[in-house]
Design a protein around this ligand. Structure first.
Ligand SMILES: Cc1cc2nc3c(=O)[nH]c(=O)nc-3n(C[C@H](O)[C@H](O)[C@H](O)COP(=O)(O)O)c2cc1C
Length: 177
């Protein structure tokens, strides 16, 4: 099963990428493909640029990765209560290829931050809108206080980890006999 693991952040040390990879790693026999937003450099979206230059190749590549996976684990970084500018920009470009950005793929939606709210605001916004844009949402989870709860590559908060185990199972596709 091919899982696309997206950290919706422009940081090369993204805690959200770490969380998405950890969650994806819980799925048995998963082949994990990491999609860091910084690996898809695109100009700031504008309809003017779209008219003159068309859709950037990197946005097409992002969409192709979504199309070719079996399921998506995405963890959203929160900047000032919303998506990071880098993620939103790539997402806007991708939405111009097809409004159903998420290609009707099963999706586990996560968010984390060093603070006590754990990106709850951006998580709520995405949970409300991603399903309208082609995400088959299996569930969502916010992990607060990342540096307290996630140590040495694992979620130490047993209750949150149990929730994550249960959510990741919903993404699991039974292998055909
Ligand atoms: C410009 C800026 C705005 C931020 N706004 C928020 C916020 O609204 N809520 C929050 O929980 N953390 C906020 N943070 C802290 C981020 O959660 C923190 O930088 C986190 O590491 C981002 O995730 P990432 O490592 O995956 O990029 C902000 C950070 C920056 C740089």
């Amino acid at each position: 099963m091919n899982i696309l693991s997206i950290g919706a952040s422009s940081s090369s040390k993204s805690i959200n990428q770490q969380l998405a990879n950890y969650a994806a790693g819980k799925i048995k026999n998963a082949v994990i493909q990491e999609a860091k937003i910084g690996d898809f450099p695109v100009p700031i979206f504008s309809t003017d640029l779209e008219e003159t230059e068309g859709i950037p190749e990197q946005a097409q590549r992002f969409r192709e990765l979504i199309q070719s996976c079996d399921a998506i684990v995405i963890s959203l970084a929160e900047h000032n209560g919303s998506y990071t500018a880098a993620f939103k920009n790539l997402y806007d470009w991708a939405s111009r290829i097809d409004y159903a950005v998420w290609c009707e793929k099963p999706m586990l939606l996560l968010a984390t931050s060093p603070g006590a709210r754990g990106g709850a605001t951006v998580l709520e916004a995405a949970a409300a809108t991603f399903p309208r844009m082609g995400a088959q949402l299996v569930g969502s989870l916010s992990v607060p206080s990342f540096h307290d709860n996630f140590q040495h590559g694992a979620l130490k908060h047993s209750e949150l980890d149990a929730q994550l185990n249960s959510l990741t199972q919903r993404l699991h596709k039974p292998t055909s006999i």
